[in-house]
Structure formats: C-alpha cells, structure tokens
Design a protein around this ligand. Structure first.
Ligand code: PRT
Ligand code: ZN
Length: 294
C-alpha cells in the first residue's frame, strides 16, 4: 500500500504489553527489533513509525494526536477515560493478550470480607479514577491512596487496609498474604485510535486490523492432519469441530482410508488426540498456524 502519510503507532517499550504487541506486529510482517535506547522504530511495512514509550503515556499521545493508534490495557483506557472527559480516544479492536483483572484485595486474615467492610478504610491503588468511580457507584466512602508501583506492599507496611490492583495469576497477592475480594473490571490488550483520522491513515489502520484479526483468529487453533478409515468419518467430525468443512483426500493404495486436514481449537488438544487414536486415526500431525485469511 502506497500513501504518503506515515502511520504512527505508540507501543509500550518494555513491560507486560510489549512482548505480545511486538509478537503480534511481527506476525503481520513488521519485523520490529526493539533495542534499549531506541524510542522510535521505523518500518517500511505500511510506512509506519513505532513510538516506544511507557504505557501510561500512550493514551495521552493518541489524545493529543502525537500517535494515530496505540496498544494499551483496557484498564488504562478506562482510567484515562474517567480522568479525561471529552478525550479523542476510541477502541478499535480487542487483541486477546495480556489478560488480567482489576481487583480489590484484602489481608488474608483481616477483618474486611465484603464491599461494605471497606467503609472508612484506606485503599492503595494506581487506578484512582476507576476505584473512586466504583466506590461512588456502590455508595462506599473510603480513602484512596495513590501508588505507582509495589501496591501489594501497602497493607503490610500499614499504608492501607486494602489494595486495588491488577491480578493475573494471583501469585503476587499470595506472596503478600492478600486475597482477592472482588473484581472491578476484566482487561486485555486493545488497539486504541484517535477518533478523527485522515482517510489515508484510516485505510492503513483498516489494513492493520485485518492483519491482526488473521493472526488472532487462529491463535488458539491447530492445523491437524491424519489418516483414518472412511467408516469413521462421522465420528471424526464430532471430535474435530473445525472452522470449515475438513479437507478429505484419497490415500493411494489404501481405498478404505482417507487423509483429513482440519483446523481445530487447541483447548482440549491432548484429550482430542487420545480420542482420535481410539477411533483408529494414525499419522496424526499437529501444526501451528500463523495466519488464516477467511
Ligand atoms: O514501565 P511502564 O509504565 O510501561 O509499565 P508498567 O510497569 O506500568 O506496566 P506493566 O508492564 O506492569 O503492565 C502493562 C499492562 O499489562 C497493564 O496495564 C495491564 O493491562 C497488562 N497486564 C496484564 C498486567 C498484568 N497482566 C499484571 N499481572 N499489568 C500488571 N500486572 C502486575 C500487577 O500489577 C501485579 O503487580 O503483575 C502483578 C500481578 O501478577 P500475578 O500474575 O502475580 O497475579
Ligand atoms: Zn506504566
């Protein structure tokens, strides 16, 4: 695609979003190799400039028109929206990585067990707007202490009675003798853009989203090839609900058998393979899929 205006994409330079963002873009042919002191990475693909910044700066970059689009956590998007009325941000696509949740957690053996117990307590968080909005909606009056990192430490050192922070596996909470009490929001990486883009930039973003979707659609799928007796085909279709009808090919010298190619969800892969063996499938090959264009 040839057009004059460069596409400016803000990415997290280093952190929980950067690896997933770069992996996704590289699968879409961008060939990004971030280096320590490189804050601007250029690509010939769609004539793109990548601005490598802290995630906290990404919404502001897009809002002020310094970047056209950017990848951020939904949690940050929500926080920015609440703190910046009339901003110019719009969600373009969900990217299905960096999933986590913003939760309130309390001391494992403490006296806070339910939302109403937070009345009059102190809660430490890096998400003050989201938390205060949630407390107001639930008519809870509590004090919010803003911290920009190590939030899990706050109850231990007596700064707060509870925390409101991101949780993924829950290991950090456990290590700090905290338990998750309630979830404020579920989050994943999202592609966000400026509400008013030129037609040239819109066309590039459309192409980028198409490429992202081709990768995301098959992220949890495998391409399975196997040999099987023709009489077992009805059972096989039950075991491998593919996106499309499976490809069935004759096997030379074995008129009773066929080769089957199918795209299938990875979720229960080993379980499925065992069931395939039970109905006599052989030469089972399982392959990764990079992209699938519908
Ligand atoms: O330096 P910079 O400002 O760019 O990075 P940062 O340190 O502010 O952010 P970073 O990289 O920690 O997170 C960026 C985004 O990744 C977040 O805004 C979320 O959208 C997403 N994300 C996904 C997470 C997590 N999972 C996550 N687990 N962000 C943070 N965490 C932290 C959490 O704060 C807690 O300290 O990991 C810890 C909990 O993890 P578990 O697995 O022990 O539960
Ligand atoms: Zn940050």
């Amino acid at each position: 695609m040839q057009n004059q205006q460069r596409l400016r994409v803000a990415l997290q330079k280093s952190g929980k979003l950067s690896e997933g963002s770069i992996e996704l873009l590289n699968k879409c042919s961008f060939k990004i190799r971030p280096a320590k002191n490189h804050y601007l990475v250029t690509s010939k693909e769609l004539d793109t400039d990548f601005l490598m910044v802290r995630d906290d700066d990404i919404p502001g970059f897009i809002d002020r028109g310094v970047a056209d689009i950017g990848i951020m956590g939904e949690n940050l998007f929500v926080e920015y929206n609440l703190g910046h009325k009339d901003n110019k941000l719009a969600v373009i696509a969900k990217l299905e990585f960096a999933t986590c949740r913003l939760s309130i957690a309390v001391k494992a053996n403490g006296d806070i067990h339910k939302l109403s117990d937070l009345t009059g307590k102190i809660i430490a968080t890096s998400y003050p707007a989201t938390l205060s909005n949630y407390l107001a909606q639930n008519k809870i009056e509590a004090k919010i202490v803003v911290m920009h990192g190590s939030v899990e430490l706050a109850p231990k050192v007596g700064i707060a009675d509870a925390i409101c922070d991101l949780v993924s596996t829950g290991t950090t909470l456990k290590e700090n003798d905290l338990v998750e009490m309630l979830v404020l929001l579920e989050s994943e990486a999202i592609l966000v853009g400026h509400k008013n883009m030129s037609e040239a930039i819109k066309a590039k973003v459309k192409e980028l989203v198409f490429r992202f979707q081709s990768v995301i659609n098959v992220r949890n799928s495998k391409y399975i090839m196997l040999h099987i007796d023709k009489t077992q085909l009805p059972k096989l279709k039950e075991l491998l609900p593919g996106y499309e009808a499976p490809t069935i090919l004759e096997l030379q010298g074995h008129p009773e058998k066929v080769a089957v190619h199918v795209v299938s969800e990875e979720r229960h892969l080993w379980d499925t393979i065992n069931k395939l063996k039970e109905i006599g499938a052989s030469s089972i090959l399982v392959m990764n899929i990079e992209k699938m264009i519908a």
